[in-house]
Design a binder for this molecule. Structure first.
Ligand SMILES: [Zn+2]
Length: 497
């Protein structure tokens, strides 16, 4: 930390120092995110870290990229450009996050913290209660409208200062997203899965006593929560489950640091914090019981193994920076094991669970299809007020779920947006993971997850860190272009099998 401070201001560091500074900056930012998320620290300030490292994000730093291979220079340049914009947004983001952390919602004579209230919504069996609580949550979303507008206005100014006509063009250039291809492929997927999804949604709506065409946005969380299977997924079983999964694949438990400690302020959402790659990678979990604990734990373990088994001799640029679709893809390769019949039977034998789980996956994929349709427009002009209605239309059409009666759903039009079109990264990752799972099944059979040689194969690829892009690996293994067809096949087989 002291070393970082000494370099915090003054002239830009020399070329080799730039890479070290980027690595140290990322380490500091991730340590802060870990400490806040794990409940070790009450409040965070990313803006303070960006201020300390401001010299990294000056145009003069971009002008002094070190000599070296084109891919190294490109990764550094992309990182510095994204950081230039993120530094300007950070104060808005800090204010928004800290306001949400402090926000409470009145509920039955009590006040619930905003984040707990969002979780509580999915637990309410009574529809009227859900409608009412959803309305209370919407008041909090509206209360941070100013910070959201400020953040997106600053984003637009930042990308234009870098020479891009708008945010979408910047995301396409800096993250290599081929948005038209993703739009075509998600439209095809949505049309192709409409019938299956509608059937599964209808089955679930029946159980809740709601007509399928009447399902509303405030019902969705409850329908996807899967409370009836909770007994199969006790919270205390998460760690033994992960240990067993790694042992079956012949992979080391010590590749990362699991943090399962119970702390009152710990974020209920699981996450992986690769603070120093590969030596200090945290897997942060707060299991409460339910299939989602196990499913998200697998996803985050995919990230933790990818970073934790990265070759320490690799150029720090390729340990740290790169195509986020790749690490998301590795995370999905593990979490898609829930669609694998033999793997799933080790957890739960019930056939109805399969249909329920397929519904949750189709919901997510279709929601992201709706998100990319919306965000491809949003990023062109995030301040256009006409987008509010477009958000509701895109989400309702994709998920076949109606908005609430009071029109509160539209209040999320600026918050239900992933920074830098990360939505596109997730979609690329799902595509990659579907294709890669097919490869694993072809080579090792459906039970690839119990073959140490499959684990060793994955570990070798994880050793390459962030160097490859997902397209490089698809080409290397002859897996064809990015497509949702392989994943769609896995989903259909899981329901039929
Ligand atoms: Zn992830």
């Amino acid at each position: 930390m002291a070393r970082a401070k000494a370099r915090g201001s003054g002239s830009p560091p020399p070329p080799s120092g730039l890479v070290r500074s980027v690595d140290a900056f990322c380490e500091e930012l991730l340590r802060e995110a870990y400490q806040v998320g794990a409940g070790l620290k009450a409040k965070g300030s990313e803006a303070a870290i960006y201020r300390k490292w401001r010299s990294l994000f000056l145009p003069s730093a971009m002008a002094r990229l070190p000599e070296g291979p084109a891919r190294t220079r490109a990764r550094l340049e992309e990182f510095l450009k994204v950081g230039y914009v993120d530094r300007a947004i950070a104060p808005w983001q800090d204010r928004r996050r800290n306001r949400l952390l402090a926000a409470t919602v009145p509920w039955r004579g009590d006040r619930l913290p905003f984040f707990s209230a969002s979780v509580h919504l999915a637990e309410l069996p009574d529809r009227e209660d859900r409608r009412e609580l959803y309305g209370e949550l919407a008041k909090v979303w509206r209360s941070v409208g100013q910070e959201e507008e400020g953040a997106w206005a600053t984003f637009g100014e930042g990308v234009r200062a870098l020479g891009y006509p708008d945010g979408r063009a910047a995301c396409e250039a800096l993250f290599h997203y081929r948005v038209p291809h993703l739009l075509r492929e998600t439209r095809r997927f949505s049309a192709s899965t409409e019938k299956l999804y509608g059937t599964l949604l209808g089955e679930r709506a029946d159980l809740e006593g709601i007509a399928r065409a009447e399902v509303r946005i405030y019902d969705a969380g409850r329908m996807l929560r899967g409370t009836s299977w909770r007994e199969h997924f006790p919270s205390r079983g998460v760690q033994p489950f992960l240990r067993r999964t790694l042992r079956d694949l012949g992979l080391p438990w010590g590749a990362f640091r699991p943090d399962l400690a119970v702390r009152p302020r710990k974020n209920p959402r699981a996450f992986c914090a690769p603070i120093r790659i590969p030596e200090e990678v945290y897997l942060v979990l707060r299991p409460v019981g339910g299939h989602d604990d196990y499913h998200t734990a697998l996803h985050e373990t995919g990230h933790a193994l990818h970073f934790g088994l990265t070759d320490p001799a690799l150029d720090p640029v390729f340990r740290r920076l790169g195509d986020a679709s790749l690490t998301e893809g590795w995370a999905f390769v593990l979490d898609l094991l829930f669609l694998n019949r033999s793997f799933r039977r080790t957890l739960i034998p019930n056939a109805e669970f399969v249909r329920f789980f397929a519904l949750t996956q189709l919901w997510m994929l279709r929601r992201y299809a709706g998100k990319i349709a919306y965000e491809s427009r949003f990023f062109q002009d995030p301040l256009d007020p006409g987008l509010r209605d477009l958000y509701v239309r895109c989400q309702s059409r994709a998920t076949l779920v109606r908005p609430d009666e009071q029109g509160n759903m539209g209040d999320r039009w600026r918050s239900d947006v992933d920074p830098w079109m990360y939505t596109a990264g997730y979609l690329r990752a799902w595509m990659f993971a579907g294709s890669f799972t097919q490869l694993l099944e072809e080579r090792w059979g459906e039970r690839w997850w119990s073959e140490p040689s499959a684990g060793a194969f994955l570990a070798r690829l994880w050793g390459r860190g962030q160097h490859p892009e997902v397209e490089d690996l698809l080409e290397e293994f002859g897996l064809g272009p990015l497509s949702l067809r392989p994943l769609e096949g896995l989903l259909r087989r899981s329901v039929e099998g």
